[in-house]
Design a protein around this ligand. Sequence first.
Ligand code: ZN
Length: 164
Amino acid sequence: MPPLKYLQAYPADLQARVRQMIEQQRLGDYLQQRYPERHAIQSDKALYGYVLDIKQEHLRNAPSPDKVLFDNRLDLTHRALGLNTAISRVQGGKLKAKKEIRIASLFKEAAPQFLKMIVVHELAHLKESDHNKAFYKLCEYMQPGYHQLEFDLRVYLTWRDLAT
Ligand SMILES: [Zn+2]
């Protein structure tokens, strides 16, 4: 079996359990049982409202992103499921940074918990640019169970690759 590319940062025993589920063809059932729901956030406009709601609830003092959108060009590699960029433009003689959050389009079809997880991840980057302790604390604060969800999202991506 090829390496589990989305799960390489996890302990070997956890990876072995996922491998076993793949061999026994139980991965789909595992995901279906835990994450049966889908969500209605299908447009960039809906996504923008969704992101702002979560931001206002938990990170009222952080700067609001200027733009939020689904991006079907985002690579399904570990680092690029969501993207935070600050594009600097000169406006009226002043340099202004526009903050953009891009979310991979595959999240349109994913469970609501996974959409929230990636949004929480990108929002946390408004305050912490690195994946450090403070960053994950913020994620866990915005979405309790964040670590489990990140793991399960990676299991979902693994399953999705196998299914195509
Ligand atoms: Zn990140």
